[in-house]
Design a protein around this ligand. Structure first.
Ligand SMILES: Cc1cc2nc3c(=O)[nH]c(=O)nc-3n(C[C@H](O)[C@H](O)[C@H](O)COP(=O)(O)OP(=O)(O)OC[C@H]3O[C@@H](n4cnc5c(N)ncnc54)[C@H](O)[C@@H]3O)c2cc1C
Length: 307
């Protein structure tokens, strides 16, 4: 379909997290399971590249660890959900393919996810993938696990086992490592501490924690079985790099001059947040603000064309 424009064009076509080719070319690490709908296919990026736009922040996304519920689809494409409480509440940990913890699980989702991109030079691969959230039985009776409410019958997308060893075998991680990880985490978690990754030391870590849990809202030992494992994927709620814009939302060329009549807002514009994620609204806030600025600027520049 071709759409003509007499005067100005404001692009708002989203990012490129559902474009496999661009993901592999540009991003700093794996992004295989976006939490967005499969509509952000990088069409806008292709368009601005075609007209010589300057590009920035292409290696970054609004990263988020995601989980999959088999069969949740949009027009035949598997969807993914963000995981928050499952990795921040007491009685849970997240481990890598070797059964070892690798990050402060309760940190903000953007920074937690960057640990998925750790590349091991000896094994020559991303050793923190696949990742697994491990929870105990009490967790499932107290807290919501993705869509499963406390006390509900355990869904079949959770891997279940009576012992940690059996669970490790089921998810194909080293059983000895997983047992050691749980034991050493529990030693300190009993006192609400995590000397290894400092989980629960910052109040930000408590955001998805349990305020009624004694000592620390986001740190507590893995208790009695049965135990459960939930696979975690490297996801994002959108990509963060694209066309460079100015204070009016105008797309700039490689000489930092506005490309006449072309604007970009939202994730089709390079985010002003760089690699960070200061807080809720870091994507929608600038999208709305620059949408307003771009709209006003475009209207002022436009001349009246009688219909
Ligand atoms: C689960 C989830 C939770 C989130 N929570 C928050 C939050 O709490 N706070 C926050 O700030 N942000 C949040 N976000 C992020 C935020 O929703 C997105 O960053 C934002 O919607 C991006 O806006 P956009 O307009 O750039 O793109 P989109 O909202 O993706 O819209 C782009 C539109 O362009 C259309 N399009 C694409 N290509 C073409 C084409 N060639 N022709 C015509 N149309 C096209 C698409 O179909 C789509 O409708 C969340 C995202 C997700 C997925």
């Amino acid at each position: 379909m071709n759409i003509g424009a007499h005067q100005n064009v404001i692009l708002a076509t989203g990012g490129f997290e559902w474009n496999e080719k661009y993901r592999q070319r540009f991003l700093r690490g794996p992004l295989t399971a976006p939490a967005s709908l499969p509509l952000s296919t990088g069409d806008g990026l292709k368009m601005v590249m075609k007209v010589g736009a300057d590009l920035a922040n292409l290696n970054e996304a609004f990263w988020v660890p995601t989980v999959k519920i088999e069969g949740e689809e949009f027009e035949g494409t598997q969807l993914y959900r963000m995981t928050r409480g499952e990795r921040s509440l007491p009685g849970s940990i997240m481990v890598n393919k070797h059964g070892k913890r690798f990050v402060n699980e309760a940190a903000n989702y953007n920074d937690t996810s960057k640990a998925f991109h750790y590349f091991d030079a000896v094994e020559y691969g991303y050793i923190n993938l696949p990742a697994w959230i491990i929870i105990d039985d009490e967790f499932t009776s107290k807290y919501t696990v993705v869509t499963s409410l406390p006390g509900e019958e355990n869904p079949d997308w959770l891997v279940k086992a009576d012992t940690i060893t059996e669970l490790a075998n089921k998810i194909e991680v080293n059983p000895e490592n997983l047992k050691n990880t749980v034991e050493s985490y529990n030693n300190h978690a009993l006192n609400g501490k995590d000397p290894e990754f400092h989980r629960g030391e910052s109040e930000y870590n408590w955001y998805y924690g349990d305020p009624e849990h004694p000592i620390n809202p986001s740190v507590g030992p893995i208790g009695k079985g049965p135990y459960y494992a939930l696979r975690v994927y490297p996801g994002a709620i959108g990509t963060k790099g694209d066309a460079v814009i100015n204070e009016h939302g105008q797309v700039l060329d490689v000489n930092e001059e506005p490309i006449p009549s072309l604007y970009a807002v939202g994730n089709v514009a390079a985010s002003i947040m760089g690699p960070g994620y200061p807080g809720a609204g870091s994507t929608l806030g600038p999208a709305v603000a620059f949408g307003y600025l771009a709209g006003n600027h475009a209207v002022k520049k436009a001349s009246y064309i009688p219909g």
